[in-house]
Design a protein around this ligand. Structure first.
Ligand code: TXA
Ligand code: MG
Length: 315
């Protein structure tokens, strides 16, 4: 059962989140499906609850600029924008800082991370009570529209998440504007709550995700981490010069093995995926052999990511 919590029960919401459970909460744009952004396991549970067929990078929510600066590399541009528009409906894509504690799964293995400080008072109070960044995509099932009331959230995710913190209807009602500041040319990735003109008055002209000058169009074509080693999928045996990415009882004879989940738990496997690929991506291995993973539940997203990586392209 999903608990329905009022503002007076904020501490309960915060302790659920610190324990790795999922709690939906109001922001001024739409309700977010929150989980501890520093926990691969909590983030994997978000993907499972949403029923996402692939791992899109998630927005990480923080209380303010000071909290954000611990997670990503801010330049003058990003700081100016944050001072002007945060807290508010604006998300920055920035390079992860070297010591960023954000789950690799939350940023879908990318070297960047999306950050936003929401203005809704309950979101602010929750972030401060939890004391950790919260990964939160819109709190709907994959492919459905974003929820703007606690009842919408219960319709979409009731029974799949621990709780929803009720905070009335969302003021803005459309998602945040997403702007990529990880490269010299600032690029508008998603129009949203802060109008483009307001950003351009600070940044000058923004490139569009669809421009040929723009490096990519995330949301449609995100660059994900792909190992330099070739991947061999659905392996049923393994050579002595190969690394093994195992699932369940490992095949014998590999040069090295990382097990995504000895008990064949797909949520655990998703949580471990990107870190495991990085661990095994070493020149001393000829290939990374990957054991078969079922196509059910989060298995579909894991296989989607592995197939892209195996094709030798990062998109
Ligand atoms: O208003 C909002 O932004 C809501 C509330 C809950 O904050 N959140 C939201 O999250 O809409 P979500 O996961 O539904 O959308 C995240 C968007 C996607 O378009 C995704 O591709 C983009 O942000 N994004 C996230 N991380 C990214 C990254 N590292 N690089 C490029 N795009 C990224
Ligand atoms: Mg969404």
């Amino acid at each position: 059962m999903t608990e329905r919590l009022s503002a007076a029960q904020l501490d309960r919401a915060a302790s659920l989140l610190r324990d790795g459970a999922l709690v939906a909460f109001p922001t001024e744009t739409v309700y977010g499906l929150g989980g501890d952004a520093t926990s691969d396991r909590a983030v994997a549970t978000i993907f499972a609850a949403k029923g996402r067929p692939s791992f899109n990078p998630l927005i990480v929510h923080v209380a303010d600029l000071a909290a954000a600066e611990a997670l990503a590399d801010f330049d003058g541009r990003a700081r100016d924008l944050a001072r002007r528009f945060w807290p508010g409906p604006l998300t920055f894509v920035l390079k992860r800082s070297a010591a960023s504690p954000i789950s690799r799964l939350a940023s879908a293995g990318l070297e960047t991370v999306a950050l936003r400080a929401p203005a809704h008072p309950l979101a602010q109070a929750l972030l401060r009570a939890v004391g950790r960044p919260l990964a939160a995509p819109s709190a709907n099932r994959s492919g459905h529209v974003s929820p703007t009331t606690a009842d919408h959230v219960l319709d979409e995710l009731g029974g799949r998440i621990a709780a929803v913190l009720g905070g009335g209807a969302c003021r803005v009602g459309i998602e945040s504007t997403v702007v990529d500041l990880s490269r010299p040319q600032a690029t508008l990735l998603r129009p949203g709550g802060v109008p483009r003109e307001q950003l351009e008055s600070v940044l000058g002209r923004l490139a569009d995700a669809g421009d040929t000058a723009a490096p990519r169009s995330p949301g449609m074509l995100e660059r994900h981490y792909a190992p330099a080693r070739p991947l061999r999928l659905d392996a049923t045996s393994v050579a002595p010069d190969e690394a093994l990415l195992a699932f369940g009882a490992p095949l014998p004879g590999a040069a090295a093995t990382v097990n995504l989940s000895p008990t064949r738990d797909l949520t655990e496997a998703a949580a471990n995926l990107f870190a495991a690929l990085r661990t095994l991506d070493q020149p001393r291995f000829a290939t990374i052999a990957v054991m078969p993973i079922p196509e059910t539940g989060l298995g579909a997203a894991i296989n989607d990511r592995l197939r892209r990586a195996a094709r030798g392209r990062a998109n």
